[in-house]
Write a protein that binds this ligand. Structure first.
Ligand code: FA5
Length: 375
């Protein structure tokens, strides 16, 4: 029998020496009061009322008692079990309330605060069109390939069948970068076609890539910018022909301009890296200040293209006797101007916030063929 004086559950000293049961109850109540959260309280419950808990062990001793003893102790033990269960339930209610109060305080909304301004950022129309073009060609089975903006003169020109001093170099108003120590020259790439070279040098056919990216030329007016964007397509395989090229471009146009039918016109052209070379125009109607595709008597220049010149295949280590292919390239900025009725290419790069808010796209509306290209 313990001798310390105790306070009973109402907080009064009992004035009697503590029995073992009182000691046990006091220990359990202290543990309950000290449980800082529901997990700690649960382990107190298990150690008191669980299968092997202290109170349960007491109850088990009833089996070996005489009937009179059992009657007396049974009432005591059961009362203890009920008080402990009650104390645990009470503490649980307190702990739950503490958790709820903390959460409510944390999640409190101050309705007197002024509204937050809407997120100001938008997706630039050029980025939007880059994503649209990529999504369409990805759907047609093209992989995306990339190359650097600062390019070897060799990849930008020579390997594309434009040797030094070839007059075709003058078609590209080139930004040259200072000569390297070994005498070689770098340029800011004047088109995305060097990505064809990079791809063919490291990958064997079949090849089917699309390469959207920046290009640079010494050029500036309402439809020309010194930095602009192009997309380049390249397909190399054993059986490819201009019919495939035309079909791919038609499918692209239908998806891009979101129309059911387009009509394309082929014009003979010249690019040193393709033979024959073809430029494609789209039938459209420009009357009434709007462009409608598939009708009318106007033609819109779409892309340069052609069958890859055998010498380019050879320069890139591909056997022209076995493989041939087609390539095409067009201006992304021009496509964006057309599709979104933007009159001057220079406005793309002026960083005018009012312009960006007007022509920009919602940041989370990623263009896809299923979900919609332009939202
Ligand atoms: C080329 O650049 C070829 N590499 C395209 C090509 C690829 C042909 C593969 C054959 C096979 P071109 O110089 O025509 O072609 O340019 C293609 C497009 O880029 C033009 O139609 C135009 O839309 C765009 N472009 C060219 N220069 C500028 C510029 N300064 N600003 C904006 N867009 C431009």
């Amino acid at each position: 029998m313990a001798v310390a004086k105790l306070r009973d559950s109402t907080g009064f000293e009992t004035g009697f020496p503590m029995s073992d049961i009182q000691v046990l109850e006091r220990q359990i109540r202290d543990a309950i009061a000290g449980a800082a959260d529901e997990a700690a309280l649960e382990s107190v419950r298990v150690s008191a009322l669980g299968k092997k808990g202290a109170v349960s062990e007491l109850l088990k001793t009833l089996g070996s008692m005489t009937p009179d003893e059992r009657r007396e102790k049974g009432a005591l033990f059961n009362a203890l079990r009920d008080r402990v269960a009650e104390a645990i339930a009470a503490r649980k209610t307190v702990l739950e309330k503490e958790v709820l109060d903390a959460r409510l305080a944390f999640e409190r909304v101050d309705v007197t605060l002024p509204p937050r301004p809407q997120a100001a950022g938008t997706v630039h129309p050029v980025s939007q069109v880059l994503d649209e073009v990529t999504a369409i060609f990805a759907d047609l089975g093209f992989a995306v390939a990339e190359g650097p903006d600062v390019e070897y003169d060799d990849y930008n020109f020579t390997k594309l069948n434009i040797p030094p001093d070839h007059p075709a170099r003058q078609m590209h108003d080139t930004f040259y970068v200072a000569k390297q120590a070994d005498g070689s020259r770098h340029v800011l790439r004047t088109h995305t076609s060097p990505v064809q070279v990079r791809t063919m040098l490291k990958q064997s056919p079949p090849i089917r890539i699309i390469s959207p990216g920046r290009a640079y030329r010494v050029d500036s007016d309402a439809t020309h910018s010194p930095m602009f964007h192009q997309f380049e397509g390249l397909v190399i395989d054993e059986v490819t022909h201009l019919g495939h090229l035309k079909w791919v471009l038609e499918e692209f146009c239908k998806a891009f301009f979101e129309v059911d039918a387009v009509e394309m016109r082929a014009r003979p052209s010249f690019f040193p890296f393709t033979e024959p070379s073809v430029e494609w125009d789209l039938r459209c109607d420009r009357s009434g200040g709007q462009i409608k595709f598939g009708q009318g008597n106007d033609w819109l220049e779409l892309a340069g293209s052609g069958m890859v010149h055998p010498r380019v295949l050879e320069n890139c280590g591909i056997d022209p006797a076995r493989y041939q292919g087609y390539a095409f390239g067009g201006g992304i900025d021009r496509l964006a101007m057309l599709k979104y009725a933007i009159p001057d290419i220079r406005s793309f790069f002026e960083s005018d916030l009012r312009w960006l808010r007007h022509y920009g796209f919602a940041a989370l509306d990623v263009p896809t063929l299923d979900g919609g290209l332009s939202g």
